[in-house]
Structure formats: structure tokens, C-alpha cells
Design a protein around this ligand. Structure first.
Ligand SMILES: Cc1cc2nc3c(=O)[nH]c(=O)nc-3n(C[C@H](O)[C@H](O)[C@H](O)COP(=O)(O)OP(=O)(O)OC[C@H]3O[C@@H](n4cnc5c(N)ncnc54)[C@H](O)[C@@H]3O)c2cc1C
Length: 301
């Protein structure tokens, strides 16, 4: 988001350390009262002198409390998507605080917290893009995010497949290795097919983002939906192939199966996929594009 919409100063200040991951950033769109309907967000930002004063709360923020930088979408104008602006908020900003670490069913390698802004002062040079452009920036941020999320599912699914091959070559029932039973071979073949096709779709989407294809938004959404669904199935089958042992925490399958669950895909309605695009497969070009009508149905994932 900073790379695409930032000023030269913002890029110079934030990008080097974010790209090397010496500093991490969090994406703050969701609120307790607005999830899918993100354009209804109610966090406010009011200009006072050289600073914007932010008030509101963001829910489910990945990395909150550990990230040094927060990309916060807040309302600076009218109701709906056109009244939203994106701010770069630094962790030590006065008035910024974090809730308790949420206890989740999976994806425990990263913390999730509420981010609260109470008279949080942000210098006006930390506005990203233009006033009122925040919703567009937020939606653009999701394009690469979908590929990232889908890639996490690929990793979990690959590990589950590798574990399943190992386990079924080791475990014997009815006098044979499980891997010698034809139905088990069919299952492993289906898992491999799903993994390979998922990976190809994710790579295709990533290539389209890299080449600034006008269809990158659609492909990233389709790749995420396909890969996360297929990878969840792969992890589920792996659990089944491990029999009762798959259910035990001592074995890694149970934990890996939780990962694609959070990432499991929903295809964001075509109307909300990003800037206007040319038609694809004879379907009208997606976009939200018109920011004039009601914008709902946002799914960050
Ligand atoms: C672990 C985790 C990490 C997250 N990280 C971040 C983050 O870093 N930053 C961030 O901003 N957000 C984050 N989120 C929030 C996530 O983006 C939201 O949970 C998501 O947008 C859905 O919002 P909601 O939970 O309020 O569900 P709701 O919008 O209340 O939806 C509930 C159900 O209703 C359905 N629904 C909603 N609208 C419609 C409709 N129009 N038609 C039919 N069905 C509908 C949904 O599909 C869903 O099944 C995270 C969430 C989780 C669980």
C-alpha cells in the first residue's frame, strides 16, 4: 500500500525496514460493528492543526501489539466508501493501545488483538494517498494479501501431504502398508493433484500482480478461494489417513488443519474486487469501482 500510494518521503521512511521485515505493519480495516460491510466503518479522523485525531476501535488485527506500523482506515468525510482515508499510524503514537491477545482455534503463530484509538494524534503527513481514497487503498491492499494467505495454505497442505506419504508408508494394517492399499493411493493422488493445481493458480495470480495485469484482482481472488478450499480438503484427508493419531496434538496434522480454516476462501463479490477491469470470460469487468452505490459484501479474505 505504501509502495503504491505513498509519497517519496513515506516510501523512504517506511519501506526499507518493512521490506527486510525488521519492522512489521498491520492492516486495520475491520471494526467490531463492521466486518464484511467495511465501508460502514465508524473510526473517525478529525484534522486539528498539523495532526489528525483518530477515535475508534479496530477488531481482529493481525500482528497488533507487535507491529510497529498500523495502516488505519478512518472516516474523514461522508458515509460510505468515499469518506474513508488511510493513515500510517506508528506504534508509539499517543492514544494508541492494544487489547488482550485473542485466543484462537488456530493460526497461533501470530497475535490478534483489538487496536483502540482514543484521541490518537497522527501527523497529517502520515495520510496515505489522498483524503477519501482510503477504501480504494484498502481494497488494493487485499490483492497481494490474498496471494499471501493462499500461500500459507499451500505450506500447510504440502506439509500434510508429506506427512501422509510418510505415515502411510510406515503404518501397517491388514498385513500391508496403508500406502499399498489402492484407495489410500487414490487419496494421496487426489491430494497431490489439488496441491499442484492450487500452487499453479497462486503462482499465476502472483505473476499477474507482478506484471500489473488488469485481471490481477480477479485472479488473486479466484486463486485464494480455490487454494484455500483445496488445501483445507488436503489437510482434512491427511487427518483421516492418520486415523486416530491425526486427532492427537502430538501429531502435527491437527494443528496444520486449523491453518487453512481461517484462510478458507470466499470469493469476494465481483463488484468489490478493485478498480474497474476489462471484461473477463465475457463477464462484466469487476471493480468497486463505482463508489457511488452502496458498497457492502467486503470480505478481506
Ligand atoms: C484470525 C483473524 C485475523 C484477521 N486479521 C485481520 C486484519 O489483520 N485486519 C483486518 O482489518 N481484519 C482482520 N480480520 C477480520 C476479517 O477480515 C473479518 O472477520 C471478515 O471481514 C468478516 O467480518 P466479520 O467477522 O465481522 O463477519 P460478518 O461480516 O459479521 O459476517 C458473518 C457471516 O455473514 C456472512 N455475510 C456477511 N455479509 C453478507 C452478505 N452481504 N451476504 C451474505 N452473507 C454475508 C459472512 O460471509 C459470514 O459468514 C481477521 C479475522 C480473523 C478471524
Amino acid at each position: 500500500m505504501i509502495d503504491e500510494f505513498g509519497t517519496a518521503e513515506q516510501k523512504k521512511k517506511y519501506l526499507p525496514e518493512l521490506l527486510t521485515m525488521d519492522r512489521m505493519a498491520s492492516y486495520c480495516l475491520t471494526e467490531p460493528g463492521s466486518g464484511s460491510d467495511a465501508a460502514a466503518l465508524s473510526t473517525t479522523a478529525v484534522l486539528k492543526g498539523d495532526h489528525y485525531v483518530l477515535n475508534g476501535a479496530k477488531a481482529f488485527i493481525s500482528g497488533a501489539g507487535t507491529s510497529e506500523v498500523y495502516m488505519v482506515m478512518a472516516r474523514t468525510g461522508e458515509a460510505g466508501p468515499k469518506g474513508i482515508t488511510c493513515f500510517i499510524v506508528e506504534k508509539d503514537s499517543p492514544g494508541l493501545s492494544f487489547g488482550k491477545k485473542e485466543s484462537k482455534m488456530g493460526w497461533n503463530s501470530q497475535p490478534t488483538r483489538v487496536v483502540t484509538m482514543e484521541d490518537c494524534f497522527v501527523p497529517k503527513e502520515n495520510v496515505l494517498g489522498n483524503i477519501g481514497q482510503g477504501f480504494t487503498i484498502a481494497m488494493r491492499g487485499l490483492v497481494g494479501g490474498r496471494v499471501n494467505i493462499a500461500s500459507c495454505s499451500l505450506g500447510a497442505a504440502q506439509a500434510c501431504l508429506e506427512n501422509s506419504v510418510r505415515y502411510t508408508n510406515d503404518r501397517k494394517q491388514f498385513g500391508a502398508k496403508l500406502a499399498e492399499l489402492q484407495n489410500v493411493q487414490f487419496k494421496l493422488a487426489e491430494m497431490a493433484t489439488s496441491l499442484i493445481t492450487s500452487r499453479l493458480m497462486v503462482r499465476k495470480a502472483a505473476t499477474m500482480i507482478d506484471s500489473s495485469s488488469p485481471h490481477a484482482t480477479v485472479y488473486s481472488a479466484v486463486a485464494k478461494k480455490y487454494a484455500t478450499d483445496r488445501c483445507f480438503d488436503i489437510c482434512n484427508t491427511a487427518l483421516q489417513l492418520h486415523g486416530g493419531y491425526g486427532y492427537l496434538k502430538e501429531y502435527p496434522i491437527e494443528q496444520m488443519r486449523q491453518q487453512p480454516k481461517i484462510q478458507e476462501g470466499k470469493l469476494t463479490p465481483p463488484g468489490y474486487l478493485g478498480p474497474p477491469n476489462p471484461p473477463l470470460f465475457g463477464l462484466p469487468g469487476p471493480g468497486p469501482p463505482s463508489l457511488d452505490g452502496p458498497v457492502s459484501g467486503y470480505n478481506s479474505d
